[in-house]
Design a protein around this ligand. Structure first.
Ligand SMILES: [Zn+2]
Length: 125
């Protein structure tokens, strides 16, 4: 059974509402663009002070069921859950954020003078 729409508009009302929404969206997009420009200017002029957080991505496992038949048969595949290592750094002053999955090994001084340890650190562009 077909249900009636809750709000039934005449063609004229629909045209007026659509025109109003189009104008409003264009105005919001212009204001959003200007805000982004302002933020970008502010951030490009900042002496960043980064706070780094470990923000891994977790992917749920899933199953792709078997399909096709005969020579087109594709067996079912189980894709296991996965955790992708990832770090996010946020500037304490301007809130600029950067995300990376890359790391490098670095030598750091050990607790006892004359010693050193190799540690893995995230690399941001
Ligand atoms: Zn900054």
């Amino acid at each position: 059974m077909q249900t009636e729409p809750l709000l039934s508009l005449s063609d004229t009302e629909r045209q007026q509402q659509a025109a109003s929404l189009v104008r409003e969206i264009a105005d919001l997009e212009r204001r959003l663009w200007m805000r982004k420009q302002n933020l970008q200017t502010l951030q490009s002029d900042c002496r960043h002070d980064w706070a780094i957080a470990y923000t891994p991505e977790h992917w749920q496992g899933y199953r792709i069921e078997a399909s096709g038949g005969g020579s087109d048969f594709t067996p079912a595949i189980n894709v296991g859950p996965e955790t992708v290592r990832r770090w996010t750094r946020t500037c304490k002053h301007c809130r600029k954020q950067q995300v990376t999955q890359r790391t490098k090994r670095e030598q750091h001084p050990g607790a006892i003078p004359g010693t050193a340890a190799e540690v893995e650190v995230p690399v941001f562009d």
